[in-house]
Design a protein around this ligand. Structure first.
Ligand SMILES: Nc1ncnc2c1ncn2[C@@H]1O[C@H](COP(=O)(O)OP(=O)(O)OP(=O)(O)O)[C@@H](O)[C@H]1O
Length: 250
């Protein structure tokens, strides 16, 4: 069976420096994959390659069996790849509801969306999305007034509103409180099976709460891959990233 996303021997160079250097990765449909590794390992660049922000200098990236490497970022987004960046990209002056409406409008083109809004079911969908990420009480609040965690959850909801089949999350819990991190883990766990998700993270407690299979990058390539228990006992991973304390203490 074809993997939902398959990277084969992918590379990316910046002025001759190979930030990603022969990365191969397979992610199945509905899977949540955590991508971890030391600073500078190439994790963010790997997400940039998948969403088309960076053009690969070699290798192949296939999503739903289709080669992405030669497509522009907007074409890749339209094919169902959604990316959440470290810096939020919500419209701060618009309410949560208005942000979601804008995201809905991105998915099918103007005409389709004019027709869509004639149906009350769309408003239901928007309410359900807000409920899914715990923002039902904030629908009429400008995004600028949301807490840091709420802003991140709104961003996830925007990707869902755009119908992203593959969701790329870059350090979603950075700057979050413990409670916000737990809630984000809950959202990620509820997305499993419905969306394919890749999460880049340094918070190992969070990785443990959501991760089934973990891929470890080092120096632009895959160092190890496997279930949490296997990864935290992998001597190579301990040496380059986790130290001797294991994931629970990282
Ligand atoms: N646009 C760029 N131009 C030049 N060098 C870059 C660029 N983007 C990334 N790099 C370099 O590529 C390497 C990998 O960076 P990347 O951000 O992908 O690592 P990372 O694993 O996500 O690290 P971190 O965990 O610190 O976010 C780093 O050495 C970085 O300085």
């Amino acid at each position: 069976m074809t993997a939902h996303l398959e990277l084969s021997d992918v590379s990316a160079s910046f002025n001759g420096f190979k930030a990603v250097n022969g990365l191969s990765l397979k992610v199945e449909k509905g899977e949540l994959r955590c991508l971890i590794g030391p600073n500078g390992a190439g994790k963010t660049t790997a997400l940039d390659l998948i969403c088309g922000k960076t053009v690969p200098s070699g290798g192949s990236i296939r999503f739903k069996g289709i080669e992405l490497g030669r497509h522009d970022d907007y074409q890749i987004a339209r094919s169902g790849v959604g990316r959440k960046f470290q810096v939020p990209s919500v419209f701060r002056q618009l309410t949560v509801r208005e942000n979601l409406e804008v995201a809905y409008c991105k998915r099918n083109g103007v005409l389709a969306n004019l027709l869509r809004w004639a149906h009350s079911a769309d408003s239901d969908g928007l309410d359900k999305l807000a409920e899914f990420v715990g923002l039902s009480d904030q629908l009429n609040v400008p995004a600028a007034h949301l807490s840091h965690g709420q802003t991140q959850w709104l961003e996830i909801a925007l990707l869902l509103a755009q119908d992203a089949e593959l969701i790329l999350l870059d350090e979603p819990t950075a700057g979050m409180t413990v409670q916000e991190t737990q809630k984000t883990a809950d959202i990620c766990n509820r997305l499993k099976g419905k969306h394919t998700i890749i999460v880049v993270e340094h918070d190992m407690g969070f990785v443990k709460a959501i991760g089934d299979i973990i891929s470890v990058m080092h120096q632009g390539k895959l160092l190890a891959e496997g279930p949490v228990a296997e990864i935290e006992n992998n001597p190579k991973v301990k040496q380059v990233y986790l130290g001797s304390v294991g994931i629970s203490g990282a």
